[in-house]
Every structure is written in C-alpha cells, then in structure tokens.
Design a protein around this ligand. Structure first.
Ligand SMILES: C[S@@+](CC[C@H](N)C(=O)[O-])C[C@H]1O[C@@H](n2cnc3c(N)ncnc32)[C@H](O)[C@@H]1O
Length: 272
C-alpha cells in the first residue's frame, strides 16, 4: 500500500469504534431488537445531506431489486443498508478502513440485513472483483481522497457490466483553496479535489457516457444553513465515528461550500 493510501486509512482508523457504536445504540433499544436502517441515518451516512442524498441517488440510478450494487468507499455502510432496504437490491461494500468495515458488518447485523448486504476491506484502486460483476457502482464522497483518478475509474468500469450504471456524488473544487481540516482530510496531503468538468472528463475517458450531471452545491449550502440554524447536531451523529474533531471538520466544510471554494456534484454514467 502506498504512503498516501496509508495516510488516508489512518484518517479513518477510528479505534474502538464497535464498542462506541454498541454503547451509543443502547439508546435505541436492547441489542437483540432489530433496528430500521433509517434509525441509524444521523451517524451512518457519511456525506453532505446525509440520507436524503442517498435516497435521491438511488432514484436517479433507477436501482431495481434484481440488481447487484457495489458501494465503493462504503464507510460504515449506511448507504448500502438504506439502498438494499428501499430497492430490494443486494449490495457489496468495499472500504479501505478495517474498523469501518467491521462497524458496517456489526450495524448490518443490527438491522438484520446480512443476507443482502456485505462488506469487505480493500482499495478502490485495486477492486478485488472479476470483470463485469455489478449492475451499479456507487461512489459517495470518496473521490476526494483519491489522487489516481484514471486508475479509480478504470477499476470501476472493469467491474461493471456493459450498460451498467456508475453514480458519483462527490465534493469538487470550485474557486480556491480549501480550509482544513475537513471530514475527509486533516490537510491537503490526503485531499485530491478536482473540478466537476475534470471529474466528468476522467470518468468518460475510462469508458463511460454521461447520463446526467448536475451541480448540487446550492442544495449542500441549504443543508449547511439548516445545520447552523439547528444548533447542536442531532444525536447520535458522526462524532461517534470520527471523534470530537468532527464538529470542526463539518464547520470547515460549511465554510468551503458557503465561500464557493468547494462544491458538490451528482452525476450518473453508463458503462459503454
Ligand atoms: C467520507 S467517507 C464516505 C463513506 C460512505 N461513502 C458514505 O457516504 O457514508 C469516505 C470513505 O472512503 C473510504 N476510502 C477512501 N479512500 C479509499 C480507497 N482508496 N479505497 C477504498 N475506500 C476508500 C474511506 O475509508 C471512508 O470510509
């Protein structure tokens, strides 16, 4: 594994995460009672606009029950669990962070979804799957941690069937340098932001056709405005996963969005 990949992994190391989650979830009921995926949404959707963004993406892609979905950089598994519950599809998640994968497996046991949702540790730059295995690939707030975009998008194209869909929902560069730390990086050493145009170009070069692409920066700003107005974050929240600095990470993300330094793009592509 390269130094950069190791540094990214360190950012998401989250030691003692399963124990913290177990303690936090006691507020939702006894540990032998099944939870609904939506009950975890304030702590397991690790991207701007949370569950609403995942739900929208599922609709935009048109996920069906007979589809096999790959969630790349699946975090602690919130998007995978929600999409499986909402659309009846099966989802495989892959993530660089072992503690995140362990937490994702634990939470999926708690929601009773292990028959349809699974997770493994691995790199998006070396996806451990054969060619043409998936109908859909999903990348939500992950690309900004990845410098080698051609290799990332080539990997995604390889594991998708011809005609398969690739949806990306990511933070993009707009007009200037970012304030750090942000939720995905403490410094610019592990942050590899690209503009929306450059992102689309890199994806198309890997063998994709753009089906839709839009600038969701205004929606992200509205979300930040709402967070600021509501005062204390809902509980439980992503601080359980990322620690007490998460508030500062989110505050800086908000500043970057509001000052148009960074934006958010949503796009869906077809493998050609
Ligand atoms: C901001 S979180 C988003 C998690 C999830 N997609 C979500 O929206 O809830 C970014 C995730 O990408 C993962 N990640 C970053 N670089 C990766 C890589 N090269 N391969 C696999 N996962 C990666 C991190 O470990 C982390 O879980």
């Amino acid at each position: 594994m390269t130094d950069v990949l190791n540094d990214v992994r360190d950012h998401y190391r989250a030691s003692g995460l399963r124990a913290r989650l177990t303690a936090t979830l006691m507020a939702l009921g006894p540990d032998d009672a099944l939870l609904a995926p939506q009950q975890l949404a304030s702590l397991d959707q690790f991207h701007s606009r949370g569950l609403a963004a995942t739900a929208e993406l599922g609709e935009l892609i048109g996920i069906r029950a007979d589809m096999r979905v790959l969630d790349i950089g699946s975090g602690i598994g919130g998007p995978a669990r929600f999409l499986a519950a909402a659309h009846g599809c099966s989802v495989v998640g892959i993530d660089l962070s072992e503690p995140f994968v362990d937490a994702a497996c634990y939470l999926t046991e708690r929601t009773g979804q292990t028959a349809r949702v699974s997770f493994e540790t691995g790199s998006a730059l070396d996806l451990p799957f054969d060619r043409g295995q998936f109908d859909v690939a999903l990348l939500q707030h992950v690309a900004m941690n990845i410098a080698d975009r051609p290799r990332l998008y080539d990997n995604i194209r390889r594991v998708l069937k011809l005609g398969g869909k690739f949806a990306t929902y990511d933070v993009v560069l707009k007009n200037g340098d970012s304030h750090y730390p942000v939720p995905w990086a403490r410094t610019s050493a592990t942050s590899f932001l690209m503009t929306a145009d450059a992102t689309r170009e890199a994806i198309e070069s890997a063998g994709f056709r753009t089906l839709m692409s839009r600038d969701d920066s205004d929606a992200a700003k509205a979300w930040i405005t709402q967070l600021r107005a509501s005062g204390a974050p809902p509980s439980p929240n992503l601080g359980v996963v990322m620690g007490p600095d998460f508030l500062e990470f989110t505050t800086n993300l908000g500043k970057n969005l509001m000052q148009d330094r960074l934006g958010v793009m949503t796009a869906v592509f077809e493998a050609v």
